[in-house]
Design a binder for this molecule. Sequence first.
Ligand SMILES: [Fe+2]
Ligand SMILES: [Fe+2]
Length: 264
Amino acid sequence: MIRIAAVGDLHAGSDTADVLRDQLGEVSQKADVLLIAGDLTKSGRPQEARVLARELGHVSVPVVAVLGNHDHHADRPEEIASLLRDVGVTVLEGQSIKVDTAGGSVGVAGVKGFGGGFPGASGAEFGEPEMKAFIRHTKERSEALGSALASLQTDVRVALMHYSPIRETLQGEPPEIFPFLGSYLLAEAVDRSGADLVIHGHAHRGTEHGVTPGGVNVRNVAQTVIRQAYAVYGFETATRRREPATSGAPTGRAVAPTRTNTDR
Ligand SMILES: [Fe+2]
Ligand SMILES: [Fe+2]
């Protein structure tokens, strides 16, 4: 079995040092890889990233992360990413990585993503330059995600992002802010390129479980949603090794990931 630990919205800062160390203490025994779905820091300041980097330095399984909107707030996202890379964390933005585990290979494609909304209530690349830039950014990040996913030839493919690709995992948030919490363009990219699991955060009051229109399982792992240090999703891969990808063809319906830790 491949065990994928995931959490989002850690929002590290000076007050989280010991809390995060305790929370992440046993992840190396419980999972093969740790995915972090953005909002690593409270307000994107390097000193906050240093707090998280110190904690992640103790994690012995591969750690893969994307940044979130909070990590951009101080306009220093490259410094945040660099501080994490210094302790071995892979920070993705439009790229992918392959992680080999005892149970098989895991490919992770990551982007921050962005907003724009969902069918029937979404923005369009129309009107003022600011509005066009908003939606264009979402389109670009979605296309980057699709390309990164399509490049993977692994037993399990995971799309890691901060913003949500679907409405379903936002349930619990005020509907008025859905366009600022995610975009259907991300789900379209996932369904086009194929994946076995989507991991996202950002919607602190959202819902853990959802599925894309194409049938890919989505999990909102914002820490306030999963209400524990991290969720662990298990994949049995022995019976579903993928043939080399055929030019971006969808992988078909995902096998539902099994949540292997339910302790609160
Ligand atoms: Fe957050
Ligand atoms: Fe966020």
